[in-house]
Ligand binder design. Structure first.
Ligand code: GAR
Length: 210
């Protein structure tokens, strides 16, 4: 059975969706480990409840960022993971790490990429007065939130919405699209070739599957 490693920093609701999808057999893989860079991440408790091994990598325990990512990479390599899933991992991975696992790292980002890369996407979308927001699942490349988009989900923004209203709406969609994309990858349907995403051998459009 294929092995997935999930990297988290926080609440872990996306992790929980993956735990549930694997447990129900909707994803034909095993969550082999959950890695966090935050000791207090609630997602670590979710992993323990699901009896998934956890590992903590704290920046201050390493000489520099690259050394930390080297250690994370060595841990993942020892496990022999087929896929690395970033689920609210709030630390930028070094170029060395991304290159080492090229084509095997997925991320979910709370915006309709290429709009609003980086942090505070909800504030940015409110400030811009947009009428929609969403989430994107994409391959990870050294450029922050810049890898090929695989699948997006859009949600409306209504007058009077605040950040928490939009966030809740986006999160509901995230929990649908991330397990689906992970399933595609595990089933061998999804590839990244020269920076572009392919599903069933077909090039996906710039903003993902439509
Ligand atoms: C998710 O909304 C995800 O899109 C976002 O963090 C949240 C994690 O929630 N990721 C990023 O902002 C990455 N740049 P969770 O811990 O409950 O899954």
């Amino acid at each position: 059975m294929k092995k997935i490693v999930v990297l988290i920093s926080g609440t872990g609701t996306n992790l929980q969706a993956l735990i549930d999808a694997c447990a129900a057999g909707r994803i034909n893989a095993r969550l082999a480990a959950v890695i966090s860079n935050q000791a207090s991440a609630l997602g670590l408790e979710r992993a323990k409840t699901a009896q998934i091994p956890t590992a903590l990598f704290i920046r201050r325990d390493f000489a520099d960022h690259a050394a930390m990512d080297q250690a994370i990479g060595d841990y993942i390599e020892k496990i022999g993971a087929d896929l690395i899933v970033l689920a609210g991992y709030m630390k930028i991975l070094s170029e060395g790490f991304v290159t080492r696992f090229a084509g095997k790292i997925l991320n979910i980002h709370p915006s309709l990429l290429p709009k609003y890369k980086g942090l505070n996407t909800y504030q940015q979308v409110l400030d811009a007065g947009d009428s929609e927001h969403g989430a994107s699942v994409h391959f990870v490349t050294p450029e922050l939130d810049g890898g090929a988009v695989i699948l997006q989900a859009k949600v409306p923004i209504f007058p009077g919405d605040d950040i928490s209203d939009i966030e809740a709406r986006v999160k509901t969609q995230e929990l649908q699209i991330y397990p689906l994309v992970v399933k595609w990858f595990i089933d061998g349907r999804l590839q990244e070739i020269q920076g572009k995403a392919y599903l069933d051998g077909k090039l996906l459009p710039e903003n993902g599957y439509a």
